[in-house]
Design a protein. Sequence first.
Length: 337
Amino acid sequence: MSTFETPTRRGSDFAALSRAITDAGLLDRRVGYYVAKIVLTLLAFAGCWVAFAFIGDSWWQLFTAAGLAFLFTQIAFIGHDAGHKQILRGKRANDVVGYAHAGLIGVSYGWWIGKHTRHHANPNHEDDDPDVQISVLAFTVGQGGAKRGFLRWMAKHQAFLFFPMLLLEGFDLHLSSVEAVRKREVKARALEAALLLGQLAAYLTAVFVVLSPGTGVVFVVVHQALWGLYMGCSFAPNHKGMPTLAAGHTLDFLRKQVLTSRNVRGGPVVDFALGGLNYQIEHHLFPSMPRPSLRRAQVIVREFCAGHGIDYAQCGWLASYGHVLRHLHAVGAPLRA
């Protein structure tokens, strides 16, 4: 008999799961893992820029752009983990890591933390989750019906436009970060402004000192587009196409997090490529759990959910995009009628 087959009272379900996770030591810090991860990632990042300088003004630099897009996302994953206090014990120490990594890729750490915290508190909530309040997409029929003009046309065809739109995600992250700093929506405004300006100046100087203007512009477009695509493809499978919650729902914390999240099945390669975000259910239940502990936690959480009759969504990487696209297409159907 499973250790989780005896149902507990609904209000104490998460407490029982949390005790099992804690007793297994899965919330303990994994500092050694993160030191190695950060060092290797930063060495690869520096190496890519060395290769950029060595190659010089050549169209071969588009391969460097692809490499930097990959590394920008890997750096973003480390910033994500720091924001959830997965790396070190104290908030201040994690924030130092977070600000540093966000600064390397030109994103406001404070803006992202605020947005992401609201998402974790209310995943897939049509009113309170900023990740389902995107002007160019509709995640519910109501959102689609409320759109007008060009945005309504986009909602009609959003399943076909989804991946092309992800190519703009990198640019949007930069612009949203600048807007947040300009509007004083972040606490460490001076620090954030210095990091954003410093990154932009260093990035553009490196690109246009080494490359001719035409090649440089193409390099920037390709790099930022591929970074946005990779980022979007890493985050999109996690909740899109899962149930959307409305005001007044009665789900408790455990069910709210599990039922609105989807895991992506795979081995170490998928774990690495998606930065642990493929264990989205476990991550939402235990946001401060270090990334390397998520795989072991999945076994416990999945068994617990099975014993309590809680649907646990999991599928392959490509299948997850199928769910996303079918949902977007279905939401746009009334607009096409």
